[in-house]
Ligand binder design. Structure first.
Ligand code: NAD
Ligand code: MG
Length: 388
């Protein structure tokens, strides 16, 4: 039996992971499961998986969690230290599926253990890819992507020499605003932005998909995961999301990964790797696929893509600054304090002013945390100035 932990078990990725594990009850011994606000769900998961410990990041919810776990023999804990301590407990396999920068230290703690880190928290690679990769290298941790595009690329690269890769083509659905006039896009609400046409995901990543900040993150994630030159990474809009991404080789061949828009393919691949198991994905019926469309990305509509390339050129702490500014802008958009298109303007301004922070290698947690704080404050300052 393999020991496993699930960080962010109550989220969209977390619950999909839980469902796969529940269907394979004898294969796993579950150590820690974690959540934040949804204590009812967290307790239900902990009991269903017979976990050793359930942890909420929110101290005020510990009593509720303890009450629900009474008599089960499952330990209850709360707070950041408890989360990080559980991430440091060695297991064979752990998934980092907390959303946002809060997931970075968790990924880092898992990476010190020498097991397998299944990484859904792409922020970890955007903020601190150098540090995370180096930590995995030193401890012998296997890093497996749990993002549809990156699992697709990982699978297409199986057995290939990375030196023979000419290009990596990330597909993007284009989100709900692909064809909306730009002046209308300025006034969209969080609810409209969260309405993803193909994938069912958490609130934040859904809105990031509408602005294509998610794809921008994924470009950087690709560079960090596969150590591929920036100019070899392309994005193509593919509204059906049937092709999850592609790898082009130096002989002109292209390997494409296809399937329904169901993230369980990527979670299952990381969970059973290098084996494959049926996790209940619908099968593609080619006779019913009427068409596959592709179009270029319009960087006027989606400036996030251009910002991602600037971030990679700047290097160092630019990824941290970029992610933090994006998270801060998303909070402000959710609070209806800034408009949808304001997000990319403010993120761009913040990234372009990185010299005020002083850019350097993103090689320590301390530097990364400081850059994160600086960037969030920079966005708030810019908003305050424009409101004066
Ligand atoms: P979600 O919002 O549905 O779930 C987030 C999880 O993190 C929940 O369990 C929540 O309780 C927990 N959490 C939130 N804030 C926390 C904090 N401060 N401390 C500790 N725990 C906290 O998000 P999601 O859609 O499942 O995405 C999770 C991660 O996976 C994100 O990094 C996202 O970009 C990535 N991802 C998601 C998908 C998808 O299909 N949803 C696909 C690819 C990558
Ligand atoms: Mg993705």
């Amino acid at each position: 039996m393999r020991s496993i932990s699930i960080f962010g078990a109550t989220g969209s990725v977390g619950q999909n992971t839980v469902s796969i594990i529940r269907n394979n009850p004898n294969a796993f011994d579950v150590h820690a499961v974690t959540g934040a606000k949804n204590i009812e769900k967290l307790a239900e998961i902990a009991i269903a998986l017979k976990a050793n410990i359930a942890i909420t990041s929110e101290d005020l919810r510990l009593d509720d969690l303890s009450e629900r776990l009474k008599g089960t023999g499952i330990a209850a804990a709360s707070g950041r230290d408890a989360l990080l301590s559980a991430a440091a407990d060695p297991v064979d396999w752990a998934i980092s599926a907390v959303v946002g920068f809060a997931g970075f230290e968790i990924s880092l703690a898992i990476a010190r253990n020498g097991g397998t880190l299944a990484l859904a928290n792409k922020e970890s690679l955007v903020c601190g890819g150098t540090l995370l990769n180096e930590t995995c290298r030193q401890s012998g941790t296997t890093l497996l992507p749990v993002d549809s595009e990156h699992s697709a690329i990982f699978q297409a690269l199986n057995g290939e020499d990375i030196a023979n890769v000419e290009r990596i083509i990330l597909t993007a659905s284009g989100g709900p605003f692909l064809r909306m006039p730009l002046d209308e896009m300025a006034h969209v609400t969080p609810k409209q932005a969260a309405d993803h046409p193909n994938w069912s995901m958490g609130l934040r990543i859904s809105i990031d998909s509408a602005s294509m900040f998610n794809k921008a993150m994924e470009i950087i994630e690709t560079k960090e995961l596969f150590d591929i030159a920036e100019h070899k990474i392309e994005v193509v809009i593919h509204p059906q999301s049937t092709i999850h991404s592609m790898v082009g080789f130096n002989d002109g061949s292209i390997m494409a990964h296809m399937g329904p828009a169901d993230l369980r393919f990527a979670i299952g691949y990381a969970l059973f790797y290098p084996d494959r198991l049926d996790v209940g994905i619908d099968r593609l019926d080619f006779t019913k696929l009427s068409r596959l469309d592709f179009m270029a990305t319009d960087t006027k509509r989606f400036p996030a893509i251009s910002i991602a390339h600037d971030v990679m050129r700047l290097g160092g702490l630019a990824g941290t600054v970029f992610n933090a500014a994006k998270e801060q802008c998303l909070d402000l958009f959710l609070e209806r304090k800034i408009g949808f298109l304001e997000m990319s303007r403010l993120v761009n301004k913040t990234v372009q002013s990185i010299d005020n922070l002083g850019n350097s290698d993103a090689d320590t947690l301390n530097k990364i945390s400081k850059a994160d704080t600086w960037s969030r404050q920079n966005v708030l300052n810019l908003v305050e100035m424009s409101n004066k």
